[in-house]
Design a protein around this ligand. Structure first.
Ligand SMILES: [Zn+2]
Length: 231
């Protein structure tokens, strides 16, 4: 019994090392990746509890991710699209989305570096917003976050080409500025809200065709931002 006990202990120690080594190696090497998605539709089948009136200016709800950028976020836009949008119009809409957040803090949060041919979803030290196909018809956009401890090191957003897109809130299409303002909230370290009561906030995790009310930040969105970056 004693021999078995010490063998078991030796095996346990070896296993612990095997378990610990790859972990510490990955903590030093490549950062962890998290994907957050904006869902099409809404959550539960429970009776509708979405407030009839826009209450976002008085709703203080927000949720923080465990990590956020500790520096100004330099980002690039790939305006390549199948919707006939001019590059300048795409850049205008997307920078307007980032500026909504920047306006609410004295911290210099975003810096658009221009356009790029690079794609979103690749860990390549470029923070990129781009259209691309994502293999889930219920996902409007996906934000990829790479982080080490509580520090984000790269963020990309892919707008899913499964959907039609609009620069002007057209019905039956996803509005670029509406969705990108939400996605940039993730870049700022905010998490999704899924309760019906949070429907009118930018960080509500569901969206739909023709929606534009996420373009404007609500109280909770601003409080969450300022919790991280100050007023
Ligand atoms: Zn989201």
């Amino acid at each position: 019994m004693r021999k078995f006990g010490s063998l078991a202990l030796a095996a346990l120690i070896l296993l612990s090392f095997a378990a610990i080594l790859p972990l510490s190696a990955s903590a030093v090497g490549s950062p962890t990746r998290l994907m957050v998605v904006e869902w099409y539709g809404r959550g539960s089948a429970e009776p509708y509890a979405i407030p009839a009136e826009d209450n976002s200016m008085s709703n203080p709800d927000y949720k923080l991710l465990r990590f956020y950028w500790h520096t100004t976020i330099e980002y690039w836009i790939n305006s390549t699209n199948g919707y006939g949008f001019d590059e300048s119009a795409v850049v205008g809409n997307i920078t307007a989305s980032a500026n909504m957040w920047d306006e609410q803090t004295s911290y210099t949060l975003f810096a658009c570096k221009g356009t790029t041919e690079k794609t979103a979803g690749v860990y390549d030290s470029y923070n990129v917003v781009a259209w691309g196909w994502y293999d889930n018809p219920n996902v409007i956009a996906v934000t990829y976050i790479w982080y080490t401890r509580n520090q984000i090191v790269e963020t990309d957003t892919r707008m899913n080409t499964v959907f039609g897109w609009s620069l002007s809130g057209e019905t039956g299409k996803m509005d670029v500025q509406n969705i990108m303002t939400h996605e940039f909230g993730h870049w700022c370290g905010l998490n999704d809200l899924y309760r019906d009561r949070d429907y009118w906030l930018t960080m509500y995790g569901y969206s739909g065709y023709g929606e534009t009310h996420k373009r404007d930040l609500g109280l909770g969105d601003i409080l969450g931002l300022q919790k991280r970056y100050g007023a």
